[in-house]
Design a protein around this ligand. Structure first.
Ligand SMILES: C[S@@+](CC[C@H](N)C(=O)[O-])C[C@H]1O[C@@H](n2cnc3c(N)ncnc32)[C@H](O)[C@@H]1O
Length: 254
């Protein structure tokens, strides 16, 4: 058993538990000594804690995302997967990400960058980076490979870097200054992505990318429509609205 254990409720709710030899309170599970209860158990075992039967699962990306600590609004798997593919991010790349926030996107990036990659994050609000850095620390103990990580407690437009980056991803309320500054960190062929919840923000991103000399490759939104099995048989879209997360924009330095 590693330093963190994933406990899954029958409802699918996930708890990421640090294995420590002391009695601690875990939200939704109560007070227990995780080392005493969990250290002799294995993946696939079931354990009763309080009134709940919990299954021990391996600490994979979806479990770490479901069980992550949250503060700032996170980028979901729907958008993270698309951003990673469109930017062409993979093992060994250097990626600048701002703001770190809760580290939702960072978890996805850390999973694909591998041991030789470099994740550079910036976040001026310490109360947000405390959460984001905790989620990344957990991931570093759970993933088989983890990139070098450099964090700046500051606005991304003020960071100074040696060398160029393969990609930049910006999720923040005001993108313009960050786009103008971060485009200078990109290598030729590198790409910059913006995550912009409103159309007004998207338009500002588009114009700022053009001003920075980047070529816009794609802008738009992804719709996520979940389906399920009906009680009478057959499948159909599940009830509920088709939600909006953000507009995405991808631009390249040529
Ligand atoms: C919505 S959160 C980011 C969430 C993150 N992408 C995730 O998936 O968890 C936006 C963050 O950007 C930070 N921020 C705002 N302006 C910034 C800037 N110029 N440079 C770096 N971070 C900035 C905010 O403090 C906030 O924490």
């Amino acid at each position: 058993m590693g330093e963190y254990v994933i406990l899954s409720e029958t409802s699918g709710k996930i708890h990421v538990i640090e294995v420590v030899n002391e009695s601690k309170k875990y939200k939704g599970l109560g007070v227990f000594n995780s080392k005493k209860i969990l250290s002799s158990l294995s993946i696939g075992d079931e354990v009763l804690i309080g009134q709940k039967y919990l299954k021990i699962l391996p600490p994979k990306l979806p479990e770490l995302v479901k069980g992550m600590t949250r503060r700032a609004q996170t980028i979901s798997s729907k958008d993270a997967g698309f951003l990673i593919s469109k930017l062409g991010v993979g093992p060994g790349d250097t990626v600048i990400e701002a703001g770190l926030g809760s580290g939702g996107l960072s978890l996805h990036l850390a999973r694909v960058l591998g041991d030789k990659g470099h994740l550079i994050t910036a976040e001026p609000r310490i109360e947000h980076s405390d959460v984001g850095l905790l989620n990344l620390e957990r991931a570093s103990k759970c993933f088989p490979e983890f990139p070098k990580h450099t964090h700046f407690d500051s606005l991304v437009e003020t960071i100074e870097l040696d060398g160029k980056s393969d990609a930049v991803i910006l999720d923040m309320p005001e993108h313009k200054a960050a786009i103008l500054s971060c485009s200078s960190h990109l290598c030729i062929g590198g790409r910059l992505a913006c995550y912009a919840p409103t159309t007004a923000q998207l338009e500002i991103c588009w114009k700022a990318c053009e001003k920075a000399g980047l070529e816009i490759e794609w802008a738009g939104e992804l719709i996520d429509r979940e389906w399920g099995v009906t009680s009478k048989g057959g499948m159909r879209p599940v009830n509920g609205p088709i939600g909006h997360t953000a507009f995405l924009l991808i631009a390249q330095k040529r």
